[in-house]
Design a protein around this ligand. Structure first.
Ligand code: AVJ
Length: 345
């Protein structure tokens, strides 16, 4: 399945995407770019030197399945470490969270991580935000089966401009609680993550809060193993993006002709994932414009940056975004491997 990108024209404000029948989940669309513009940007990135592919393209159906497998790998500690922290400190976190909130699940995916918190915090509303509309609909339908909570989907790209102010204003008594687990914030550059945190902060007046998971700096061997596992699942996940690109751009990338590389860039404090060309080769691209891209032997395509923070550094970034009060829960390691911050204005 190709990455579903909205083909409609941009809209000035949130508007229902579908009909108003009760059985259909309410899904609002807030994608700034249209499909042609998205594909032009993807093509432009491939023609850059070095070539780049935005990590959002990893997650077609196959890429999402591979990511699910990654989260179960021995070497990939973030998912299970975060889950352990949330389990261990569940009581304290529940106490500290705003009750009866509008629960905003950023990058909700299947919504599974949010589920058991909704009841415990007596959330008034569930707002799932994701780029992929079909899965958003599936997630909302699934939620409707197990819960009576009002569930709304918002199709949005967090790396672009977005606002939920109008939607949140429909329930002025219910504060906004942003849930951003998984250390997905790491995909953003420092400048982009600052903008994202500031945007979230603007939604948190009137009792709002942000609950966010952050992966911390640690021994590079641990980091690099987490992104280059022995079974080669992450390598397959990385190469799969070329299949996605082939579908979107009518291109003829040969995934097997690229090697997976993951390394920790200490100066930038980020894991970098690359695809290295295993030979000199020419890739043909058919759309949205005809192009060819030559790759030298060893030439790289940058597919993902995953920034790692120290607890102190991330705390400062929250402060700078206007979150003056923070609570941090961590795992047992010293210094900790992973942190969950609750941040409020
Ligand atoms: C989904 C962005 C949190 O950076 O660890 C996992 C994605 N890439 N293995 C991460 C990913 C390779 C993951 N995030």
């Amino acid at each position: 399945m190709a990455i579903p990108i909205s083909s409609r024209r941009p809209r000035a404000a949130l508007a229902p995407a579908g009909g108003r029948r009760v059985s259909r989940p309410r899904v609002l669309r807030q994608i700034a770019a249209d499909a042609v513009e998205e594909r032009s940007q993807l093509l432009a990135g491939l023609l850059e030197r070095p070539a780049r592919i935005d990590p959002k393209y990893f997650y077609d159906a196959q890429g999402s399945a591979l990511y699910g497998a990654i989260t179960r790998l021995e070497e990939y500690y973030p998912t299970r470490t975060e889950a352990a922290i949330l389990k261990e400190h569940r009581e304290a976190i529940c106490q500290a969270l705003p009750a009866q909130a509008q629960w905003i699940d950023l990058g909700c995916g299947d919504g599974e991580k949010a589920l058991d918190w909704l009841q415990a915090t007596r959330a008034q509303r569930y707002i799932g935000v994701d780029t992929a509309e079909p899965w958003l609909r599936t997630t909302l339908r699934g939620l409707a089966k197990t819960s009576a909570i009002e569930a709304i989907g918002v199709v949005a790209d967090l790396s672009r401009a977005w606002s939920l102010q109008h939607l949140l204003a429909e329930r002025p008594q219910a504060p906004a609680l942003f849930f951003y687990p998984g250390s997905s914030i790491g995909n953003f550059s420092p400048a982009a993550s600052r903008a994202l945190l500031q945007n979230i902060r603007r939604h948190c007046d009137d009792g709002g809060a942000l609950l966010i998971g952050v992966d911390f700096v640690k021994d590079r061997r641990v980091l690099e193993a987490a992104y280059d596992d022995a079974l080669g699942v992450t390598a397959a996940f990385n190469r799969n993006v070329l299949r996605v690109v082939n579908g979107l751009l009518d291109a003829d990338f040969e995934p097997a002709a690229f090697a997976h590389l993951a390394l920790f860039n200490e100066a930038e404090s980020r894991i970098e994932m690359h695809l290295l060309s295993r030979c000199a080769q020419t890739v043909r691209i058919g759309a949205p414009a005809r192009a060819t891209r030559n790759f030298e032997l060893g030439e790289t395509i940058i597919t993902e940056y995953s920034h790692k923070y120290t607890a102190q550094c991330f705390s400062q970034r929250l402060t700078m975004a206007g979150f003056t009060r923070q609570t941090l829960w961590t795992d047992g390691a010293d210094p900790p491997w992973y942190g969950v911050f609750l941040a409020t204005p």
